[in-house]
Design a binder for this molecule. Structure first.
Ligand SMILES: NC(=O)C1=CN([C@@H]2O[C@H](COP(=O)(O)OP(=O)(O)OC[C@H]3O[C@@H](n4cnc5c(N)ncnc54)[C@H](O)[C@@H]3O)[C@@H](O)[C@H]2O)C=CC1
Ligand SMILES: O=C(O)C(=O)Cc1ccc(O)cc1
Length: 298
């Protein structure tokens, strides 16, 4: 049997976790090359066993690769593909882990020749730490992994199946969505919550005179609602730029919600405030109850 050759471009938290999961399942039946921006990082990825051979130069990593996994920040993906395109072999498949999907898909659709395929995907799993040292083989286990259904890409059935089977080795729950719906839903469930968490932390800076005393009081509630504000700034700037319509739309709705709360407090409308918290509790409890068999959320 010939070895499967996978190139992971951007071996950080996500690329490193994908590599660790596949090495765990396939061992020597897969050969994984990978890139990072520094030699130091790819050496760490090699030592951790996330990749077999690391490079800084993406062109070296994709030579002879059957599958190319893009896991750089979203805005780096298209320039990386531009750079490697002349070196990708015919029949190879590109897949990606980017948090937003339409932006990269539109550009790759216009760029790729007919004999190089693209399967857009997104693991809805991660953490606020970045870099390969934060990677774990079980990061995607029991979490949702979206594979985009996109007829424009004209991916032959056997190629789609190959990527599906590879992703299934991570033990993630695979969900199929179309591009636009993915970006709308991800903005609501992930992108806007990250912006909101950063806003809560930024609020502290607006009360600078009290900041030391505020921090003394910070307990579980502040930690729970702001954990994701410790995420990578580069990655989140790219996410906002590459999914503007859905994010702005949801932020405007949030603005209205906050304005309504301000009005209710200002006019001492206790019933309105009760309804606000009560409906939020009911909705969250329902969501958690419906997903508790799939996710470990409390
Ligand atoms: N962090 C998270 O929780 C999740 C992130 N994602 C997506 O996965 C992708 C990767 O995110 P992380 O692994 O968290 O980031 P990370 O910062 O841990 O890793 C990114 C890697 O890309 C490399 N890189 C950056 N620019 C590059 C370039 N031009 N050429 C080659 N390599 C380059 C870096 O050296 C690093 O190894 C992003 O697109 C992000 O939107 C998706 C799901 C969850
Ligand atoms: O840290 C967390 O809980 C996250 O929400 C991680 C995350 C970040 C970006 C994504 O596109 C998907 C998941």
């Amino acid at each position: 049997m010939t070895k499967l050759k996978l190139a992971i471009l951007g071996v950080g938290l996500i690329g490193g976790s994908f590599g660790l999961a596949l090495k765990d399942k396939l061992g020597d039946d897969i050969f994984i090359t990978g890139t990072t921006r520094t030699e130091n990082s790819y050496k760490t990825a090699e030592k951790m066993g996330a990749i077999d051979k690391g490079y800084v130069d993406s062109k070296m990593a994709v030579q002879d690769a059957d599958i190319i996994y893009l896991s750089t920040p979203v805005l780096q993906m298209v320039p990386v593909v531009q750079e490697i395109l002349p070196y990708i072999k015919s029949g190879a498949v590109i897949t990606d882990a980017g948090s937003t999907k339409q932006y990269v898909a539109d550009k790759l659709h216009a760029m790729l020749p007919a004999d190089i395929y693209y399967v857009s995907a997104h693991p809805m799993a991660g953490r606020e730490k970045s870099g390969v040292t934060a990677a774990t083989k079980d990061l995607f286990k029991n979490k949702c992994y979206v594979i985009i259904k996109d007829d424009k890409m004209q991916v032959p059935e056997h190629i789609g199946k190959k990527i599906y089977e590879l992703i299934a080795l991570t033990e993630a729950n695979i969900v199929e969505l179309d591009l636009a719906k993915h970006d709308r839903c991800a903005s609501m469930i992930s992108h806007v919550p990250h912006i909101a968490a950063a806003a809560l932390v930024t609020l502290l800076k607006h009360n600078y005179a009290d900041i030391d005393d505020c921090i003394k009081l910070a307990g579980g509630g502040f930690k729970d609602t702001t954990r994701i504000a410790s995420s990578n700034a580069d990655m989140w700037a790219d996410i906002c730029i590459s999914n503007p319509a859905a994010i702005i739309n949801n932020l405007k709705t949030m603005q209205e919600i906050i304005n309504n709360v301000i009005t209710a407090i200002d006019s001492k409308d206790r019933d309105k405030l009760y309804d606000y918290f009560s409906l939020a509790k009911k909705t969250r409890d329902q969501v958690i109850n419906e997903t508790k068999d799939i996710y470990e959320i409390e």
